[in-house]
Ligand binder design. Structure first.
Ligand SMILES: [Fe+2]
Length: 463
């Protein structure tokens, strides 16, 4: 199965066009800390740029003058690249500044192993250049890469894997989003919705990262492959290749898990200072179709940590949260009726890979609801009792249920977007017609809003 769509010439194997986007980052970086040419850039037999010159707008106008930029990647150097000490300081801050991470590290962390991994990364100058620019230009992406790398190395240690497995997941995790430096700057961290073409360019970052890392560092093939696969999903709903199950490498599956855990923790738990233990219901919901064995093991390790009594909603506002949970239950139920019918209408005799991916998303939503164990009518009856009798001991669980429902609604939103993307390419098949009708029915279901009194609370703003 190809790892990149051959119809994307700007990101094909031999293309250098990604260097145009990286050049924009380097010019900005150079304003704060020198980026210089360590050897001349020779064009038509003449030194167009001399050794020692800065990577500024003038240099870009030379190296990116033609449709295909000059290959400058091996010719540049940073005055102050990251070092072993600086990366260790960043990991120390990541752990010490976040009580949830500190708690997990206190129980399971292995500092000597972490230092060994950092020293290995620091010995690869090409990779260090990329990470240094990433830290400056996309600091949130760098922080997420650190969290994934730390968690990956820690989990591999808990699984009693050998030193090379620990190192491989550490390197893959810390470098997996390097490709984001090599796609258009305006596409990264943007809240705007993209059209099909723009989305394909942004989604190319996993494969662009693969090519860049292959060039700048001598990394094992399995590390490179894991980077290329980090947005695939076990159920075939990922990208760019829509791989399924064990066609995704073992290391790739591990990286996908880390990236997902990082996203759930950063979006849903960290704003409320919740511990990592609160990941358990989220992992359970997504586990069956997305996380595999590592998810199950992770739950075992998280269960050993103490449960947190921290609440997000004061008692006086609990009736509002309970009503919000009820409304979400109704909304999810309405959406599930529509998408189940849609899956049945489309059937499984069409042979279209992209439609199969959409149907897998529907299956994933259904399984996550079943796995949650609480998005059902029995729980709604229990909720009635919690409200009538003001059962304070159940309030925290209601908060968890709200968060789980937001997770399901997020997946419904993703499915909605996937169908829109599918329909944005010309297609007059029977399946496309049914999907269009299904999307219209989905859009007619009213998505509940947050009551104004809850809006000031972090939990109400979790998307
Ligand atoms: Fe990514």
């Amino acid at each position: 199965m190809p790892i990149i769509d051959a119809s994307m010439p700007e990101f094909s194997r031999d293309s250098l066009n990604y260097l145009t986007y990286f050049a924009e980052h380097l010019v900005q970086f150079n304003r704060d800390s020198p980026v210089t040419f360590k050897r001349p850039i020779v064009i038509n037999g003449k030194a167009a740029i001399k050794a020692g010159e800065r990577f500024d707008a003038g240099a870009v106008s030379i190296v990116c003058a033609d449709d295909t930029p000059v290959d400058y990647l091996d010719a540049i150097a940073l005055a102050r690249p990251l070092s072993t000490e600086l990366i260790l300081a960043d990991f120390t801050a990541l752990i010490d500044d976040d009580p949830a991470i500190a708690e997990f590290a206190g129980k399971y962390g292995d500092l000597p192993e972490l230092k060994r991994c950092i020293a290995q990364v620091a010995s690869m100058s090409g990779l260090m250049l990329q990470l240094t620019v990433l830290k400056q230009q996309l600091p949130a992406v760098y922080q997420q890469a650190l969290l994934c790398a730390w968690l990956g190395a820690t989990l591999m240690g808990l699984l009693k894997r050998g030193a090379s497995d620990v190192l491989n997941i550490f390197i893959a995790a810390i470098s997996h989003d390097i490709g984001l430096l090599h796609v258009p700057m305006g596409f990264v961290n943007s809240d705007r919705s993209f059209n099909y073409r723009q989305l394909r360019v942004l989604r190319a970052h996993s494969v662009v990262g693969f090519y860049v890392l292959k060039r700048v560092a001598s990394l094992p093939d399995e590390v490179l492959r894991a980077v290329a696969e980090h947005h695939e999903n076990l159920d075939g709903t990922g990208y760019p290749a829509g791989k399924v199950g064990n066609t995704i490498s073992r290391l790739g599956q591990c990286l996908i898990f880390l990236d997902a855990i990082n996203a759930i923790y950063t979006k849903r738990l960290k704003p409320g200072k919740r511990p990592l233990r609160d990941l358990i219901p989220m992992i359970q919901m997504n586990g069956h179709s997305r996380f595999g064995v590592l998810g199950k093991k992770c739950i075992e390790w998280l269960k050993v940590l103490p449960a947190s009594p921290v609440r997000a909603v004061p008692n006086i506002l609990m009736p509002l949260l309970i009503e919000a949970v009820r409304q979400r239950n109704t909304y999810i139920g309405g959406c599930v009726d529509v998408i189940d019918q849609l899956a049945k209408d489309v059937g499984f005799r069409h042979g279209d890979q992209r439609v199969f991916a959409l149907q897998n998303s529907i299956i994933h939503i259904n399984i996550s609801i079943t796995q949650s164990g609480i998005i059902n009518s029995a729980y709604m009856r229990w909720l009635e009792q919690v409200e009538t009798e003001a059962l304070e001991h159940a309030y925290r669980e209601v908060e968890d249920v709200f968060l789980m429902m937001q997770e399901v609604i997020y997946h419904i939103g993703k499915l909605h977007h996937q169908i829109e993307i599918f329909l944005s390419t010309p297609c007059d098949s029977d399946e496309a017609f049914k999907l269009k009708k299904g999307l219209e029915r989905l859009e007619r279901i009213h998505q509940p809003k947050i009551p104004p009194h809850l809006k000031v609370l972090w939990i109400a703003n979790v998307k």
